[in-house]
Design a protein around this ligand. Structure first.
Ligand code: 13P
Length: 249
């Protein structure tokens, strides 16, 4: 069993003061544990507040939800990987479904973002997942493999092997519907096979997280599924006590 990873994607929620209060509450529920990794992806504007609130808990690490692919320049409103790194992020979500489907991010752009992350010393958490129409058309495997290949297209095998992947079916995000543990396992196994193709044996160690309507009621079963190495949680990560229950799954 790989060391499980629990990642909270707060999306566009939690202002700095709320984020700090959340962390104080969460820490009370979650004493330091060696056998699991907790990652939090707050709003970029709350990153500093969360980093301050976590200064005595280096076991909990931070990431940003998005970056631009250029390192700096005239890109009003964007954040770069070096800025995110300097602000305390160690991880970055790349290719999240909402970036792809709400903001029109392309496969090629996810590749440029993952490459920018690596250049800056951030670990990309590459998100892949099919829509309901794609699933019903039997295209799930082809879609997630295409997204994965595009995201790591310009990254060398060593850095692919030190990245993270999340399988988040679009139809499961924020809908209350989850992939069954066996459906998740089947897709994770396809991702695992592709990681082996891309990196050889090192692909074995890449954590593959499941995301999409994870909550405290289904977390244990999903985490127990073969090839599910962790959970990427949206809505249910916004309540400190509920999030702590998931992280203890
Ligand atoms: P929900 O857990 O709210 O379905 O969101 C999943 C997600 O998109 C995490 O990145």
């Amino acid at each position: 069993m790989r060391h499980p990873i629990f990642a909270a994607n707060w999306k566009m929620n939690q202002a700095p003061a709320d984020a700090s209060a959340f962390i104080r509450q969460f820490l009370a529920y979650f004493p330091r544990q060696q056998d699991r990794t907790v990652l939090i992806f707050p709003s970029a504007l709350a990153l500093h507040a969360v980093a301050e609130a976590l200064k005595d808990r280096p076991d909990i690490q931070l990431g940003v939800q998005n970056i631009h692919w250029e390192d700096k320049g005239a890109f009003t409103g964007e954040n770069s990987a070096p800025i995110a790194r300097a602000a305390g992020a160690k991880f970055v979500l790349v290719g999240h479904s909402e970036r792809r489907h709400v903001f029109g991010e392309t496969d090629e752009e996810t590749g440029k973002k993952a490459a920018a992350a690596i250049r800056a010393g951030l670990t990309p958490l590459v998100c892949v997942g099919e829509t309901l129409a794609q699933r019903e058309a039997g295209e799930t495997g082809a879609v997630v493999i295409r997204q994965l290949r595009a995201a790591v297209a310009t990254i060398d095998a060593q850095h692919i092997a030190s990245s993270l992947v999340a399988y988040e079916p679009v139809w499961a995000i924020g809908t209350g519907k989850t992939a069954s543990p066996s459906d998740a396992s089947a897709v994770h196994a396809m991702i695992r096979a592709e990681l082996r193709t891309l990196t050889g044996e090192r692909g074995e160690a890449v954590p593959i997280l499941y995301g999409g309507s994870v909550n405290r009621g289904n977390a244990t079963a999903l985490l127990a599924a073969a090839e599910v190495d962790g959970l990427l949680v949206g809505g249910a990560s916004l309540d400190a006590e509920g999030w702590a229950a998931i992280v203890r799954a």
